[in-house]
Write a protein that binds this ligand. Sequence first.
Ligand code: GLN
Length: 279
Amino acid sequence: MKIINSLKDGGEILKKNNISSYKIDCEILMSQTLNISREEVLLNLERNIKKEEKEEFFNLIYRRRKNEPIAYIINNKDFWRDKFIADKNVLIPRPDSEHLVEQTLRLIKKDQGKRILDVGVGSGCLSISILKERPFCKFDAIDPSKKAIKLAKTNAKLHQLSNRIKFYKRDVDNFYNDKYDLIISNPPYIIKHKIKYLDSINYEPKIALDGGLDGLEIIKKVISKSKYLLKTNGKLILEIGHDQKYKVTKFLKEKKFFINNIIKDYGNNTRCVVSTKIN
Ligand code: GLN
């Protein structure tokens, strides 16, 4: 069977299952099957594929048909300037979270060696992206999930950064350490009863999404704890839900943080808050 025909058949299957990105998804899954780039797939549409390759391609299509995210099927995701391994133990890195990287980088000069804490490290995409851009910084990274820590360690190794990031399998409640210059966090912030409506919910780990009854449980814990873990004038860079701006900034002010900046994401939703611990 020719590549072009497999792509068409695969596309039909995904289309019938309301996968709107069916075209690009098929191309990505074909490139994964044949172990060539997407561009090469498109340049070789008339090439015949072997029976085993066709079977493998349609196995991947059937996984995608059930709404399994592409990143989990191909086990990686582009984020900031790099590729990261992703699996079902961690949230898939989102373009919107790149705002946290951007905002953090704005606060650190190239030659500065800051100590930074990542609360809820997940795949490690935030810490690793920042470390690559700031060669003198060091990270501590915590996550309550053992499997997430294991994956983040693998990603750190892959990017040759194991010597600049230390991992702790720990809840923010149970983490005590010296003071940090900056704390970054993309904590779980989805309201518990709304999690079931997320597209990828059968695949992504609930622990990385569940923000409790009001969606703010973990965010509040991170803010309260940051008050102790940050140096005076230390910065907290936090990802929040699109409708949490008012409540989060109110809580930050109660805890005596100064709000520096509130950043919108690519969808024009409030997504990132930068604040300073003032005393
Ligand atoms: N942005 C994610 C979503 O809407 C949620 C991430 C999180 O809870 N930290 O699916």
